[in-house]
Write a protein that binds this ligand. Structure first.
Ligand code: COA
Length: 329
């Protein structure tokens, strides 16, 4: 039995932070940001709301689309690196807000690969026959861990959430065919939030030293991301005796236009085969793939039976690729 995506939704906050806005905050400019990353603007969630707020909105879109009650959900998997609280999980808050009274669930910290980690995890619970309706959400309020005086990071990230509903397929050819996921702790030092965890709990010193903000060595992350995402994407396509022309859409993690371009070149994909929305939202971490998938669905860019390739790279380092046959009409 395969797991299929039967519902898809997303939410992005109203407030826009444009490159022109950032020019007033740090020493940067629209030309640099656009040419190096492809980003024009990002969305910023209100200060008094947490990641779970966006996750709930994305999930509600699916419940409305499918005309199902939250009580039918039996598992909530929430990929995020910016949970509302240290304890308990943001999944707990989502459960309560949705009123999903017959489920269990937890957060998954897989950085920018988080949504793929969560989809892969959810697929296992469907394939065993254990669960029937799993809500897989990717959501991050990156503005909550960004230093808006650090031009290396604040220009890249934004806030947003996306969600997918996983169910068992009755047609064995549709759904998630394969995935290949990786984790390599060599990346810890290059992309991290140094304080606030058990190693360095919050102190006045950690706050003064801005250690609760995201640190990134962009160049190193970039190099690993290009190689990691390109190689894993090519390997999974080759493994299934497919080529670039068999893939209807590549829905990649949206971190940098140049990284996506490298993956597309490796697979020999044409522009119309790639979903890119980075110019509107920047990097929403676990949110990028489900947001892009939801928008592509709304734009009717895939039809039942199309091969879809998902690919991501993020903090950890984490990276991976998933190959699925689209199951929605
Ligand atoms: N505006 C203007 N100049 C900037 C800048 C900004 N926002 N940020 C950095 N610069 C400067 C640097 O100081 C450097 O100047 P120097 O040559 O005088 O030292 C120059 O631009 C080049 O910086 P560099 O860091 O080498 O740029 P880059 O081409 O590697 O692009 C990133 C930087 C962050 C956009 C890029 O490395 C990247 O996308 N990395 C991966 C991001 C990512 O995927 N992160 C999430 C995990 S998925």
């Amino acid at each position: 039995m395969r797991a299929i995506i039967t519902g898809i939704g997303h939410f992005v906050p109203e407030q826009r932070l444009t490159n022109a806005d950032l020019e007033k905050m740090v020493d940067t400019n629209d030309e640099w940001i656009t040419s190096r990353t492809g980003i024009k603007e990002r969305r910023i969630l209100e200060k008094d709301k947490g990641t779970s707020y966006m996750a709930v909105q994305a999930a509600k879109m699916i419940l409305e689309q499918k005309h199902i009650s939250a009580d039918e959900i039996d598992l909530i998997l929430l990929a995020t690196i910016t949970p509302d609280l240290m304890v308990p999980s943001a999944a707990s808050i989502v459960q309560k807000e949705l009123g999903a009274n017959h489920c269990w669930g937890f957060d998954i910290n897989g950085g920018c690969t988080g949504f793929l980690y969560a989809l892969a995890t959810g697929a296992q619970f469907i394939e065993t026959g254990r669960h029937k309706k799993i809500l897989v959400i990717g959501a991050d309020k990156m503005s909550s861990i960004l230093n808006y005086q650090d031009r290396n990071t604040c220009i890249i990230f934004g806030d947003g959430a996306g969600a997918a509903l996983l169910e068992p397929s009755t047609d064995n050819d549709l759904g998630i065919h394969d995935f290949e996921m990786h984790l390599d702790g060599v990346g810890v030092q290059y992309l991290c939030v140094e304080a606030g965890g058990s190693l360095r709990p919050a102190t006045h010193e950690t706050v003064d030293k801005k250690m609760h903000f995201l640190y990134q060595d962009g160049k190193t992350v970039f190099k690993h991301a290009v190689i990691g995402m390109s190689d894993v994407s090519k390997r999974i396509v080759d493994k299934h005796h497919l080529s670039g022309k068999d893939i209807k859409l590549l829905i990649p993690h949206q971190a940098n236009y140049r990284i996506i371009d490298a993956v597309a070149k490796k697979l020999d994909l044409a522009p119309e085969q790639i979903v890119i929305n980075i110019e509107k939202y920047g990097n929403t971490t676990a949110g990028t793939i489900p947001i892009a998938m939801s928008e592509a669905y709304q734009q009717q860019r895939m039809k039942k039976g199309d091969w879809i390739l998902l690919s991501a790279f993020g903090a950890g380092f984490t990276w991976g690729s998933m190959l699925l046959k689209w199951a929605m009409d």
